[in-house]
Design a protein around this ligand. Structure first.
Ligand SMILES: [Zn+2]
Length: 482
């Protein structure tokens, strides 16, 4: 017995040594001081960011702006205080040997692009500015997960995707520099609360009719509607930047999620929008619904946009913000736009078309609808598409197309995903639409959509909340009707 233990011990030691020998040595900078960014907001003479990057010793010299454009020259200072000026080429640069500090100025207001307004490069007014982290942060060309980064902001109140630690220092990892999300500097603040979660909101400019409280109430309603899809709001804290668009009265003009960790959201809102117009808005709920699915890597836009687009209509019906009939009307109108954009192309061809957004969003939404129907059908209503999102959420904040399909099959209790894909991808896009709507009892009449009894109308009512299967997310006693 004793011998066996001793032998086992030796064997373990040998395995451990073998394992140690095969593990690559950490990069030289991984154990050293963090890469440090000091960001100072300035409005003198025009709004911008003065950025200092402190390099640990022996740090690799290749750096880049992941979205280059506005920084034309930088200054490096070496260990003995010698200064060098150097210039990026297409955003890429090698800092001089021995560099300890790199300094540069990032102009937030730029006269050169779209009248100076650019969602990534910088947009705002007065002392309230919106910018994407990848536009202004100089980052190492090679970022390892072990890279530690400290970041501070001074000169104004900033809203970054991350939560600062003690003393206002953001302790980040290498990946945070690559997916740096949306940032804002200055502006006013409000908060929206949903369950135990908070949306921290920066308001970056003036509105003619809206109060800040009305903007936050709108986001809070949209966040509550997310909970008609997920059991809990998907993140404890998410940041949202609101930028007014002069001359516009549409509430949600444009919105976007960036896959920082946690994700960061920015929404352009018509400067002349009214609180009443928020009732019909779909942009805020659409962006927040992207939080219900994991980041799919590599990106599969038709899948994630399809999920968000599908639920944008259902969630607003489940909450009572729109009738079920209206939700199906919006879905069918969208499918018609998608079908027109797709022409005779297969879904596979449509989703590969750069910029065919109607085709991509709505063929994805049709697939999401069909997937939901099939999941409910094969499980006799016990499972639904939301269960796939719940399952994926237990598996981390990122996923892949294959893992998504795998989660569908797990929830279905049988292979389902690939077979459904094969019914959609290789054939003309929207081929499945008419039969699916007919089965659900959704009829497109000249005067609009009507809902009627059909083999699948029970499924339809369970999906749109008309006949709540478990009352998830619905306000108690909410009147619903066609
Ligand atoms: Zn989207």
């Amino acid at each position: 017995m004793k011998t066996w233990v001793a032998r086992a011990g030796l064997l373990c030691l040998a395995l451990m040594l073998g394992a140690c020998a095969s593990v690559p040595l950490p990069a030289p900078w991984e154990d050293s001081a963090p890469l440090r960014y000091n960001i100072a907001y300035t409005h003198d003479p025009s709004p911008g960011l003065n950025v200092e990057v402190f390099l640990p010793r022996k740090f690799p010299r290749e750096f880049l702006f992941r979205q280059p454009g506005r920084v034309e020259s930088l200054t490096a200072v070496d260990e003995v205080g010698t200064r060098f000026e150097f210039f990026p080429r297409n955003g890429v640069m090698q800092v001089p040997e021995g560099t300890r500090v790199v300094r540069y100025h990032y102009p937030l207001a730029s006269a050169s692009r779209e009248g100076g307004r650019h969602m990534f490069g910088g947009m705002g007014e007065g002392d309230a500015w919106h910018v994407a982290g990848k536009a202004y942060l100089l980052t190492p060309s090679r970022v390892t997960p072990g890279l530690r980064v400290d970041l501070t902001v001074s000169g104004t109140d900033a809203l970054l995707p991350w939560t600062p630690g003690d003393g206002g220092v953001y302790h980040l990892h290498g990946e945070d520099l690559i997916d740096a999300g949306f940032h804002s500097f200055g502006g006013r603040r409000c908060e929206a609360h949903v369950g135990a979660s908070v949306l921290e909101v920066a308001l970056l400019g003036r509105f003619t009719h809206l109060t800040d409280a009305e903007v936050c109430a709108w986001l809070e309603q949209a966040a509550r509607e997310v909970m008609t899809v997920r059991k809990a709001f998907p993140y404890p804290r998410v940041t949202v930047r609101i930028v007014p668009v002069p001359g516009e009265s549409t509430p949600g003009v444009f919105g976007m999620v960036q896959w920082s960790s946690p994700p960061s959201i920015s929404i352009l809102v018509g400067q002349d929008a009214t609180a009443a117009s928020f009732a019909k808005d779909w942009v805020a709920i659409h962006e927040l619904l992207h939080l219900t699915h994991p980041t799919v890597l590599p990106r599969v836009a038709w899948l994630t946009e399809g999920l968000a687009t599908y639920y944008t209509e259902l969630a607003r019906a489940r909450s009572g913000r729109q009738t079920a009939q209206h939700a199906w009307q919006e879905l069918t109108k969208g499918f018609a736009r998608g079908r027109a954009a797709a022409g005779s192309r297969t879904m596979e061809e449509v989703v590969a078309q750069e910029g065919n957004w109607q085709g991509i969003y709505w063929s994805g939404a049709l697939f999401a609808l069909h997937l939901d129907v099939e999941l409910r059908r094969v499980t006799d209503g016990r499972a639904r598409l939301e269960d796939v999102l719940e399952l994926l959420a237990t598996r981390g904040s990122t996923s892949s197309f294959a893992h998504f399909g795998n989660a569908v099959d797990t929830v279905a209790g049988q292979p389902l995903f690939d077979a459904l894909l094969a019914r959609h991808l290789p054939v003309p896009a929207f081929s499945e639409l008419d039969a699916l709507l007919e089965n659900l009892g959704v009829r497109i009449d000249p005067g609009g959509v009507t809902l009627h009894a059909a083999p699948g109308s029970g499924l339809r009512e369970a999906m749109d909340g008309e006949r709540a299967s478990d009352d998830a997310g619905r306000a108690p006693g909410k009147e619903k009707g066609l």
